[in-house]
Write a protein that binds this ligand. Structure first.
Ligand SMILES: [Cu+2]
Ligand SMILES: [Zn+2]
Length: 185
């Protein structure tokens, strides 16, 4: 009996020791930006006059997208998203594919529940049809090569506002502007 108790205590001690000495599992390192700055030169699509240059800079937790876009409808609202393919070659920009969505989420609104990683809030154009863009897109990286890397993807502007719930793309209408997120030169 005593021998059995000692044996089981020994086994317990060994098990505890093994637990105590096992190295804690290392969390996977978060993907890091490898670029500080990129640009997206937005050109017209679907026979629009939309154009402008956007600067994309690395910030904590994502990127900041900033610049002016012209050629929009005066006082209108326009959807803007990161789309999965950096290809604006089609006249209607369909070549840019769907919304950038590495997490397999439904379309939605940034900061308000499940949404595509490329979902962003609508732009507001002024009376001259110019929208100032200043968006913090969180959860993405710039040049990391990870699944959430936006480098080499496209920024697409739409003719209409995003309703933030219709699937798969917010019922935002034609693609009127498109530009690839590219290394700043
Ligand atoms: Cu879009
Ligand atoms: Zn979306």
């Amino acid at each position: 009996m005593t021998a059995i108790r000692i044996l089981s205590l020994t086994v317990l001690c060994c098990a505890l020791a093994a637990c105590a000495s096992a190295p804690p599992p290392k969390p996977a390192p978060a993907p890091q930006h490898r670029l500080q700055r990129a640009t997206a030169n937005i050109g017209p699509a679907s026979a629009s006059l939309v154009s402008g240059s956007l600067a994309i800079t690395a910030i904590d937790g994502g990127v900041r997208i900033e610049g002016d876009l012209g050629g929009l409808s005066p006082n209108g609202a326009n959807a803007i998203h990161v789309h999965e393919r950096g290809d604006c070659s089609a006249a209607d920009a369909s070549s840019a594919g769907g919304h950038f969505n590495p997490g397999g989420m439904p379309h939605g609104q940034a900061g308000a529940g499940p949404h595509h990683l490329g979902d962003m809030n609508n732009l507001r154009a002024n009376a001259e049809g110019v929208a100032h863009v200043d968006i913090r897109l969180l959860g993405v990286t710039l040049g990391s090569g990870a699944a959430n890397d936006v480098l080499g993807r496209a920024i697409v502007v739409h003719a209409n506002a995003d309703d933030y719930h219709s699937q798969p793309a917010g019922n935002a209408g034609a693609r009127v502007g498109c530009g690839v997120i590219d290394v700043a030169r």
